[in-house]
Design a binder for this molecule. Structure first.
Ligand SMILES: C[S@@+](CC[C@H](N)C(=O)[O-])C[C@H]1O[C@@H](n2cnc3c(N)ncnc32)[C@H](O)[C@@H]1O
Length: 357
């Protein structure tokens, strides 16, 4: 019989780590409260406020705001001054919490965590049966978060960094190109490209009707509807031909049949067209991803709850997962017949892969 001795210091250290994770989960819910009620926005100027002043400025109840502020101080998001009884949001924290427009913003990711919790029972069933869960069955907070949080990265990188790093794509878009975006969701990257390249025309396809409807509204609000169409459409279903650029933003790994989607896109592309995949940053194997990808832990959670189930809900069900990595994606593209596959750019959270038909 073997006896195992337990290192109590390591038990305590690990328990503290788990405690921090639980605090993070609870804090994500508190972030949603601060976001929805405008509490962070009201503190964004950095001025100290008492709970009463913050409640007055946001039309909320002082007793609740006092408790929320205490939690936010406990977690280090706001600073508490015991002398004056005031709370202050440092400007560096406001850059992350108070608005989606800041390039450092992370507040849009908070509703995603609520969305995952609201679909835990469905995921338990999926684990037991092996069945998939389509994107459309996820909680609406998930769609909101994808639009808001991914939108931060797209605004920062897509037009200034990623497009210029692709071979000849900036030039084509400037001259006037035909672009198809597959798995367009609520349309953020398409609308950004349409605004930056007024000579080009764009079509976005997605199987999720509610996202397509929102994307159409967003295009109208941005004043680009004349050159942008959003349609309900499957990655194998669109009929466009001679397309200059086909993009998949955070969508390729979600597909049941990415090889088939790649083949379909290859047939739709012009001879000198370009396929562009924007995919979450990951290594080529789990050990590398765990050691290097900054968002691996949250990405694997999203992959377990969202990406893998969506893929398993569709024919083939290849289930690449959100952390597929460049080498795996390259293999899929090779199988679909692409050439000239290369990683054109990266950002903290994404890699951009281009390929030729
Ligand atoms: C993570 S979201 C990304 C949305 C958008 N591209 C973005 O980056 O904001 C993945 C999208 O792929 C769509 N999708 C999943 N399977 C699809 C399929 N077979 N054909 C077309 N779209 C699909 C989902 O409905 C969802 O809107």
């Amino acid at each position: 019989m073997t006896t195992t001795t337990i290192d109590m210091e390591r038990v305590v250290a690990f328990a503290q780590q788990v405690g921090a994770m639980l605090t993070g989960g609870a804090t994500a819910a508190m972030m949603v409260v601060g976001d929805r009620l405008g509490l962070y926005a009201a503190l964004a100027d950095g001025a100290p406020a008492t709970p009463g002043q913050l409640a007055g400025a946001t039309g909320t109840s002082e007793r609740y705001v006092r408790e929320w502020l205490a939690q936010q101080a406990a977690v280090g998001f706001v600073r508490f001054d015991p002398e004056s009884g005031t709370f202050r949001l440092p400007s560096e924290h406001a850059a992350v919490l108070a608005s989606d427009e800041s390039p450092a913003s992370m507040i849009g990711a908070a509703p995603l965590i609520s969305g995952l919790h609201r679909r835990t029972d469905e995921l338990l069933d999926a684990f037991r049966t092996g069945e998939g869960i389509p994107w459309s069955a996820q909680d609406p907070a998930t769609f909101e978060s994808v639009e808001r949080f991914f939108g931060v990265g797209y605004r920062t990188n897509l037009v200034p960094e990623w497009i210029p790093a692709l071979s000849g794509v900036h030039e084509k878009l400037t001259a006037g190109a035909r672009v198809v975006d597959v798995g367009c969701g609520r349309g953020v990257p398409v609308i950004l490209m349409a605004a930056a390249y007024p000579a080009s025309e764009f079509v976005g396809y997605d199987v999720h009707p509610a996202s397509v409807e929102t994307a159409r509204r967003r295009a109208a609000d941005a004043g680009v509807s004349e050159r942008v169409r959003f349609e309900i459409g499957h990655c194998h279903g669109y009929r466009d031909q001679d397309v200059d650029v086909i993009t998949f933003f955070d969508a390729f790994h979600d597909l049941g049949d990415p090889v088939g989607a790649g083949l379909h896109a290859r047939q739709a592309l012009a001879e000198d067209g370009t396929l562009v995949l924007v995919e979450p940053m990951a290594g080529d194997d789990l050990a590398t991803t765990l050691a290097t990808a900054p968002m691996a832990a949250i990405n694997f959670a999203a992959s377990t709850f969202l990406c893998t189930p969506n893929s398993l809900s569709q024919p083939v069900g290849l289930a690449l997962g959100s952390q597929a990595g460049e080498a795996r994606l390259r293999k899929v593209l090779e199988e679909a017949g692409y050439q000239g596959i290369r990683k054109a750019s990266t950002s903290d959270f994404h890699m951009v892969i281009e390929a030729k038909p």
